[in-house]
Design a protein around this ligand. Sequence first.
Ligand code: WTA
Length: 655
Amino acid sequence: MDKPTLFSPPKSFSDEANITDETIYQSSAANPEKYWAEWAQQLHWFTPWHTILDWQPPHARWFDGGTLNASVNCLDRHLSPRAHQPNLSDHTAILWEGEPGDERRLTYQELHQQVNCFASVLQQLNIKPSDRVVIYLPMLPELIIACLACARIGAIHSVVFAGLGIDSLSQRINDLAATLVITADYSWRRGKKLFLKNTVDRSLKNCPSVKKIITVTRDPNQSTPTCHLSPKRDLIWHKLMSAATNHYPPSHQAAEDILFVLYTSGTTGRPKGIVHTTGGYLTQVYATTKWILDLKPTDVYWCTADIGWITGHSYVIYGPLMCGATVFMYEGAFDFPNQTRVWQMIDRYKISVFYTAPTAIRQFIQWGKNLPALSDLTSLRLLGSVGEPINPSTWHWYHHYIGRERCPIVDTWWQTETGAIMIAPLPGLTKLPPGSATQPFPGISTAVLNSAGHSLPPNQSGSLAITQPWPSMLRGIWHDEARYRDNYWSQWHNQSYFTGDGARLDQQHNFWLLGRIDDVIQVAGHRISSTEIENALVSHAAVTEAAVVSKPDELKGEAVVAFVTLLPNRRPSPALIKSITKRVADRVGPINKPAQIIFTPQLPKTRSGKIMRRLLRNIAAHQPLGDTATLADPAVISHLTQATNSPSSKSARHK
Ligand code: WTA
């Protein structure tokens, strides 16, 4: 590997950054428990803990004996004067824009009142601590209010992404035996109404545990929601709220009480309900928001993730509110009414920290570099990336056209299971190699291991492992201890956590993430990760997005098949195929040249934006497609099957 060019943080950024002391890496490693306890002390506790960490592999307990409340740490704490902290009562907590252009603003004081009101509503409905409340809401402020109100009374929230359908919703409700569902009549998506309450009604045919549904009316000028309401079961959010008292004393939760359960898909089987608890989760989410996203109360911060995913939980709700920042939320599609929407909103609201996913950035690249140039993006000071490895060429585009070479980029590696960011730069400190998530956060221990559990030297690919317990780690899979042990701890006999991701270290001890382990391709006995070939493809000037899978090959065992999306003004041609193939050969070696290139206007993605490689593998091998329920846009399948059979794709085959 060539040594990458490093990008140092601009002095103006470092001068103001929340952390610039490099010795923190050594001091935290010398005594991680002490270090984490110092972070935990910055939260508000009703009673202090007696034990920092109790580690009985594979089960960790953090801050046992302590009691606290998540909503107090996000809200109440900012409303009373504290030493060296501003009073944020009148500071904007949530800034919201609907897809049609409607706006809402809630100060910390107003958000606090709404959360208290909804906590009283929950109590009146007889929701008790540790009852499960399923929240199936679009990106509306009510989604944050509902989560924080659950936290205030000690109920467990489980947010289901509002783009998931009937079966996904009923499966989750039943797994949790939830008694209450919160939804909205509809939400706007690309100018159309998505009727969420109808989906809930259809799901509930098979969900005997649910007693009540609360529906938010999307249009605040309407007195009743646009949906069917059953007098026995259905309640209307704003009616309940107008009758509720705005003072609800927070419950004192034990540090290890469950805050939420969030479902995530495994490679096989039904979704897993990932369990997160309170004290350790809040501690690490707070620490990483403060040091990696560098958030301060003066920031207007936009994380584009939906709250239905872990990124939305940790870095739309809990982290930024604990830091007292202004959280920007947007309801709809990025390209509605046109592809300048994102840049216009950054300009309009003077967003200072922008956190998004490589898949979104690649979409922006496809839409063109001229569009961000039409808006004033000078309010931005820091950019973030999460969800997939960021290709170096995508990194450079983001850095140049969005950050205008003034903004550091934090590439953050983590998972639903880890609860908070685990590997990322500290933006005031780290010299950035484009494409690497760099170093574990202080207090976190990660390694690249082989199957026997031995650390691998630099430049050898292996499995990314987490070698010490961390505060925001999952505490289990809801009602499935065996799967918890088997999925995450059986590989290395409870010694290290198995992430399922491939990685390698470079000579400078930076971590390079190589995608999921099951995406590793073996051509003629030579292992290469899909990410490395994809990076080479995307570095070609005509290519905006690429996904690489393997298909069985008689000679080589596996052959590389590349699905490629071109810039809108480029057309497939034999010359282009040749030049793309040459690019891959130059960058990652002739052995890894794609045996076939399939051009497609879109790649199949899950609703959280991850490329569905399993589907691509089946298409490449002409196998049945299998389950396509989690596809964000089902229309992509016909494009792909057509593209696979088209002459231009066949002509890419080489001998
Ligand atoms: C991938 C999202 C490379 C990885 C927070 C991980 C990444 C999975 C990165 C978790 C990154 C996430 N670089 N890969 N910066 N961030 N991933 O649970 O494969 O939706 O295991 O959590 O996304 O996805 P999840």
